[in-house]
Design a protein around this ligand. Sequence first.
Ligand code: URA
Length: 267
Amino acid sequence: MNRPQATAVAESLLAFWAEAGIDAALLEAPTDRIAEGQRPLAPRSASPTPLRANPAAPPVRPPAIEAAREAAAACADLEALAAAIESFEGCPIRFEGAATRPVFSRGPADAPVVIIGEAPGAEEDRAGQPFVGKAGKMLDRMLAAIGLADRVFITNTVFWRPAGNRTPTPEEQLACKPFVEQAIRLVRPRMLLLVGAPATRSMLGQVEGINRLHGRWFEWRSAEGDLEVPALPTFHPAFLMRTPSAKAMSWADLKTFSERLERLPRP
Ligand code: URA
């Protein structure tokens, strides 16, 4: 790493720490941060974002999943995949009021890492790109701190913004999953980073909370069994903005992730 690169990495790391609330090297009295991080997180009260699917929306039908599989499998590159998603009408979220243009991906097609989030928010819906709002800016700073700025391919479990930013249902994720899988197949990343519990549930079928799953390695396998990629669940940046005490654990996850990436032989 040359001097300007080292300076940029150091600045990103300092910005990440400042964001994490680490703004002093020493305190007058010791604080047990480990015990702090292990305290169960308080349940969120009266969430403004309903978790139910839009009751007016049609349910996801198995033929929609089959149609998604066929459409995705026919795509030989990411441009074709983006076009196939644009024509896909099998995910009811598409009809919940988001811009009809899907939010598919950002990042290089040969990235060593694929990051999968939950669902586009309002800013992503406007911009047509994932993770460009506040949570996205934070994700970018986290990635810069481990030297992965602009070296990741980012997508979500679903490609349209759920009304009120509710969590997509497992069925809605299933309808979009063949496209996510095909994206992974086309990018051929060396590792996956799954941000948040909904992404972890959709990609790994793990239903435990992210507090239990983060920082543990899993092997993601494609539905066809033709591809296996190491996957690490971690906290969603939006969660970290609400829960600063989880930032130290997030940093530990990111270090685990980048250390393994460094150790993997280059293709
Ligand atoms: N949160 C996500 O999970 N994905 C986005 O694209 C933006 C915010």
